[in-house]
Design a protein around this ligand. Structure first.
Ligand code: DP6
Length: 319
């Protein structure tokens, strides 16, 4: 009647931006990410027939703003006639600030909810169900380099390389704490409706995915970096061209980008990516991580630096 699961957030190197089916939250494009190892969300789901309705605790405090999304996700797993649940979530990183907190939260939630209700659901199906709550959550079901394929009627996740196959390091430069002004989901819809670049973005995604796939297979960091930065900046161009425009960066985000470009000019193998928030993520070989750390910490406006390797997919921690 009670189960806990852990999932790690993931960082997309080829981004998901746009939905083709709002009701089922199906992405308009495929994407490729790396699952992180040190950041995590732990979700506990407890069935409690004495409760009048679901309860959500986030880091031990009752949270009403996320409750509807969490309840809907449990409904998707266990059906709407289910008994009420108490869901407790714990994360070791800031939520809703562009560090993919919804990805680890919903990946952990589907695993914990399925176990609490005694359901045995195959992993790819769990990924589809997690993806209904948050598109990027489907990718956190697996570890290493993960591709989300945008099939005709559904999504499918597959692992391209395991963490051990290519042990890279990820540094997350926090440039502003706190939640983002517009959620990714809302922002994607604004882009779809208003950005003159949206159709081109969708059209070019297959080529970007193919290039990233090839770079990952060859473990070619420079090649992966070139396509990942292009894809990231193209996604932000779609947002900047939207009405109203969505500009998630601040001056420190741009300063971090310049720092990475200076490192690249000095021959350091590193690249950056930025999601719907002001934090910059740098990806580099383990051997270069101290050089990249030092440079980012010396960058104006960096409040904190988080470091992670590449980690595993969502998993049960207790039954
Ligand atoms: C910029 O997965 O948060 O991080 O499906 O509406 O929950 P919803 O969106 P979400 O979007 C992630 C957008 C992104 C790019 C990415 O992770 O691929």
């Amino acid at each position: 009647m009670r189960a806990s699961a852990i999932a790690q957030p993931n960082i997309a190197v080829i981004k998901y931006w746009g939905k083709r089916d709002l009701a089922r939250n199906l992405p308009a494009v495929g994407s490729i990410s790396v699952t992180l190892s040190t950041l995590y969300t732990e979700m506990q789901v407890e069935i409690d027939t004495a409760l009048a309705g679901d309860v959500l605790l986030v880091n031990a405090e009752e949270n009403r703003s996320m409750l509807a999304r969490v309840s809907d996700c449990v409904d998707i797993i266990a059906g709407i006639d289910r008994p009420a649940v108490r869901v407790s979530s714990k994360s070791n990183f800031p939520i809703a600030a562009g560090i993919a907190s919804s990805a680890s939260a919903f990946a952990a939630l589907v695993v914990a909810a399925a176990a609490a209700f005694g359901l045995s659901i195959p992993r790819n199906r769990l990924a589809q169900l997690a993806g209904r709550a948050s598109g990027s959550a489907a990718r956190s079901m697996l570890g290493g380099f993960v591709e989300l394929e945008n099939d005709t009627d559904n999504i499918r996740v597959g692992s391209l390389l395991s963490a051990a196959d290519w042990p890279l390091e990820i540094l997350i430069a926090i440039t502003a704490p706190g939640p983002k002004p517009v959620s990714s989901g809302d922002a994607m819809e604004i882009s779809r409706r208003t950005s003159p670049f949206y159709d081109l973005w969708i059209e070019q995604q297959a080529a970007d995915l193919a290039e990233a796939r090839a770079a990952i297979r060859q473990r070619d960091l420079q090649r992966l970096g070139a396509i990942a930065e292009h894809n990231c900046l193209k996604m932000h161009s779609v947002m900047w061209g939207s009405r109203p425009p969505m500009i998630y960066w601040n001056s420190a985000t741009i300063a971090c980008m310049q720092t990475i470009r200076e490192l690249q000019a000095r021959g350091v193998a590193v690249f950056f990516t930025i999601d719907a928030g002001p934090q910059l993520k740098a990806i580099c070989a383990a051997a270069d991580v101290m050089t990249v750390r030092t440079a980012l910490l010396a960058t104006d406006g960096v409040l904190e630096l988080m470091q992670s390797g590449i980690g595993e997919g969502a998993r049960l921690v207790s039954a």
